[in-house]
Design a protein around this ligand. Structure first.
Ligand SMILES: [Fe+2]
Length: 663
């Protein structure tokens, strides 16, 4: 039952805890209805589950480290609907070479001087580099030569890896280390290089089933591009307070922090990469502007899209800057709020798209021009129609207005309504709440002219609060998306911090006054699931979760034997409530407002704050020759280590890492 002991809904503490236990054939309990007989296939769900430092297989509270909940090893959950009478779950942590390095270098271990520590949203070993945690999303793909669907696991800061859909074992990265170009960080100077370099990419690469091509990006920022939004924000706010003192503090902290993170020779680049599934090197092109200079990405490239004739790149509203990395490095958090005041900034209120003609992606080309188009309001997630009639692409998106999913609650944060009183540890690590109502949008853009030919946006006070993740029937050819299901996280008092409230006080596209938002968050807006019809741009169905319930990671599952309807199926959501309640709820996609048709759970299933999901109709073992041998992949990098650590790193790889990947 909903939390009825209080008039105001409480953000569920169940979001804050997760189990690192890997599950094998865990049969779920069914209640609140029956499992639909035409539910089939396999849902894959991804969630970060804390770090190896915890060394626990039981419940774990990732926020207890002060880091973002998004900083953690990826756990892959596969929910199997392929047996008539039962639903079972298997799960496995994504185990890359750096996972094993992290596991064997914890304090007190033989290799402790190589150890990793949390760095806000990432996890760094000053000697080895940054963890590739692969905890965000999936990409199912199937080349012509493949008999079965294959599966990538992804995140924004590392090479994607392929997993086996049945065993869930981590198999191989896509692309050799030498095929990826790292973001230069300050701790390693030439000729030395990290063995685990920071390879910035997208968490949502794309696969074109029509042309048998898988597209990814590999990008980097220069120091000046990293600085740009910080300086812009400071110019906007600098003269509102004690000008001289603030000016001095700004430049002192900024210079310390910028030099802390990036090397001055860091460059701006964006490579579009195209993999055809073969063992040949991945083809890549540098993406440049009309003056043939590299395009510059200030925030992130969380999502990309494709159409029949174009690739869509975006500077997405999930900022990843100094302030997302630095918190945990300040001794005893002394003056940490000063750093944040200076280094943090609101996300760009407008979104830049970079549109690339696929016809320009010729084998002998090394650089390709992109058309830049700016869209008002922030975007982190979008879908594109595959067809692009008359050279017009259609983009469907959620605008996360005044909501910054890259910000999380710190233990020194205070509630917006009591700035003098720290929140405490209860929700440390959780993403902060939205400071305005969000929107759903549809844009038709003529690529050659860069003109937004048609646009439609809407908001709904029932359904568009912290609109997070969308899903749709991916078995229907996405020539034109007709119905998209969006889940929104709601508006919660506990997630509205004084800091985030102030950061977005001057938000350019504010729809609801900040004072009103404060009242709304105190009363609470529940999580919700809605269906957007993109033809009429109306919300045609929806469900508000009970107060105190948190709905997340929606996934469309087509009905067995379904034709091609975009509503003929089910929506699975992960639902968290109370202190430790974790459930899977299944909705009829055509009747969301009726509520779930059944619920599934198990005491051992504690997934916490998950992120993305996907669905495939059958999970078969991987049968393919593509494999990058770990030793050959890392040998050059190991040889590039400084003499004083080279032998130790080599021993770590030989003793610990290579044996885990012997075929
Ligand atoms: Fe995403």
């Amino acid at each position: 039952m909903p939390n009825s002991s209080s008039h105001e809904p409480k953000f569920p503490e169940a979001c804050m805890a997760v189990s690192r236990q890997e599950l094998v054939g865990l049969e779920l309990r069914v209640h609140g209805g029956e499992i639909p007989k035409d539910l089939y296939g396999h849902v894959f769900i991804m969630g970060p589950v804390g770090t190896v430092g915890s060394r626990t297989e039981g419940l774990f509270y990732p926020g207890g480290t002060g880091a973002s909940l998004y900083n953690g090893d990826g756990m892959v959950y596969r929910i199997d609907f392929d047996q008539r009478s039962k639903v079972s779950v298997n799960s496995r942590i994504v185990k890359t070479p750096c996972y094993y390095a992290d596991l064997e270098t914890t304090p007190g271990s033989k290799y402790a001087n190589l150890s990793f520590f949390n760095l806000g949203m990432g996890r760094l070993s000053p000697v080895l580099g940054l963890r590739n945690e692969l905890n965000t999303a999936f990409l199912p793909f199937k080349f012509l030569q493949d008999e079965n669907w294959r599966m990538l696991v992804t995140w924004d800061a590392g090479r994607p890896y392929e997993i086996d859909p049945v065993s869930l074992e981590t198999i191989t990265p896509i692309g050799w280390n030498r095929e990826w170009t790292e973001q230069k960080l300050v701790w390693k100077t030439d000729p030395y290089q990290y063995v685990f370099g920071l390879n910035l990419t997208t968490a949502h690469p794309v696969f074109d089933v029509h042309t048998d091509q898988l597209f990814m990006v590999n990008w980097s920022r220069s120091l000046s591009t990293l600085q740009a939004p910080i300086i812009r924000h400071q110019i906007n706010t600098l003269f509102k307070g004690d000008q001289i003192k603030k000016l001095e503090k700004t430049f002192r902290l900024f210079s310390q922090s910028a030099s802390f993170l990036l090397r001055s020779e860091s460059k701006d680049f964006v490579y579009l990469m195209c993999w055809d599934g073969s063992n040949e090197d991945i083809k890549k092109w540098q993406i440049v502007d009309s003056d043939s200079n590299s395009i510059k990405i200030e925030q992130s490239m969380h999502q990309m899209g494709l159409t029949r004739d174009y690739i869509v790149l975006m500077d997405t509203s999930f900022k990843f800057g100094i302030e997302q990395l630095i918190y945990d490095t300040v001794p005893n958090n002394q003056g940490i709020e000063d750093y944040r005041d200076i280094l943090n900034y609101p996300q760009a209120p407008d979104t830049s798209l970079y549109l690339i003609r696929r016809a320009d992606l010729k084998l002998d080309a090394t650089a390709v021009k992109a058309k830049r188009v700016d869209i008002p309001r922030e975007i982190a997630h979008f879908m594109t129609d595959y067809e692009n009639p008359d050279g017009c692409i259609t983009l469907h998106c959620a605008h996360n207005n005044g909501w910054d999913p890259a910000e999380w609650i710190h233990d020194y944060d205070a509630p917006a309504d009591q700035p003098e009183k720290p929140i405490g540890h209860r929700f440390v690590g959780m993403t902060t709440g939205t400071t305005d109502i969000n929107h759903l949008g549809k844009y038709v853009i003529e690529v050659e002219s860069g003109q937004i030919y048609r646009k439609s946006i809407l908001n709904d006070p029932r359904y568009t609060w912290a609109t997070a993740i969308g899903t749709f029937n991916n078995t229907v050819p996405s020539a034109e998306h007709e119905d998209i299901y969006w889940i929104s996280w709601g508006c919660w008092k506990e997630l509205m911090t004084d800091f985030i409230h102030d950061l977005y006080a001057s938000y350019k596209y504010r729809r609801i006054k900040l004072e009103e938002i404060k009242k709304i968050s105190e009363e609470g807006k529940p999580s919700s699931l809605c269906r957007l019809n993109t033809k009429t741009m109306t919300i045609t169905d929806g469900y508000q979760f009970p107060p105190g319930y948190f709905g997340n990671s929606p996934q469309f599952i087509p009905r067995s034997g379904s034709t091609s309807s975009a509503t003929d199926g089910y929506i699975l959501c992960l639902v968290l409530f109370d202190e430790l309640k974790n459930e899977l709820w299944i909705f009829d996609a055509a009747k969301l407002s009726n509520g779930p048709v059944c619920k599934l759970d198990h005491p051992d299933l504690k997934f916490g704050l998950t992120i993305h999901s996907t669905w495939i109709h059958s999970a078969r073992s991987r049968v393919t020759g593509y494999y990058i041998p770990v030793e050959e992949d890392y040998i050059t990098l190991i040889n590039k280590q400084a003499p004083e650590v080279r032998d130790e790193i080599q021993e770590l790889f030989q003793q610990v890492i290579y044996p885990n990947f012997s075929k």
